[in-house]
Design a protein around this ligand. Sequence first.
Ligand code: LHQ
Length: 264
Amino acid sequence: MSDTVLHERRDGYAVVTLNRPDRLNAFNEAQHLALRAALDECAGDDACRAVVLTGAGRGFCAGQDLSDRDPAMLGAAPDLGITLETFYNPLVLQLRNLAKPVVCAVNGVAAGAGANIALACDIVLAAKSAKFIQAFSKIGLVPDSGGTWWLTRHLGEARAKALALTAHPLSAEDAANWGLIWRAVEDERLMAEAIALAEAFARGPTHAYALTKQAIHAASTNTLEEQLQVERALQREAGRSDDYKEGVAAFLEKRAPEFKGKRQ
Ligand code: LHQ
């Protein structure tokens, strides 16, 4: 695998690091392919029960590498729809649909598609010095990689439009206070807190986590009646798992559960 992405396997989880620090980890094609491959490997490995995604150096990710995409060099008007369809859209769905928790540790600036890739993760922690920038309007583009979806759902139209139209750098603390991310933490605590979450998830009921993700994703478009049916179906499945039996037994025996994370 290319070193544009570092993939470290640890006991029960993986740490995946975007690694083009001199470009603030902006995406070129190699980094896209390496990230997709690392996430595929995590998805297919039962021993990997959580993922931490972060960036090397002082930034998390500055979106598309614009030096790769200079329209003057590319000649005729480029079709950015093809770029989204080929690279960004599958990545967003891969993160969202991964059947294990993905923790994003936003270590520095997250701009353009970089901000929205972070928001595609399940739990977003950010260093207090980090900023989220919908940088697209500065280069005559529209927020992509789910940006219009995450911003509108998490923040409402007023804040979504202001962030998208002005490219205002949103501080990590405002992002947390506004409900866009889980927490802003002291810079030096970021990785320790992200790893603590991953370690806890690595000992958790992985299949129940996957079902929980599914239920919460379905909730954003369902009516209450529809969502109650989703919960019924997913709970039925969770209730058949060994982890459920173990969870109840451990509770009754007043001991810590030993979850295997399997479907059955
Ligand atoms: C970069 C980048 C970068 C290349 C920093 N590219 N080098 C999808 C479909 C297809 C095409 C278009 O895009 C998309 C989705 C998108 O993501 S569009 C949005 C693309 N991203 C941006 O517009 C953000 C551009 N970057 C910035 O505005 C700033 O760099 C931010 C605000 C992120 C950070 O500012 P500073 O902390 O002041 O750092 P810097 O600007 O000095 O950057 C450090 C280096 O990284 C610098 O290189 P240098 O050789 O001068 O040290 C930058 O040129 C390079 N860099 N972002 N996206």
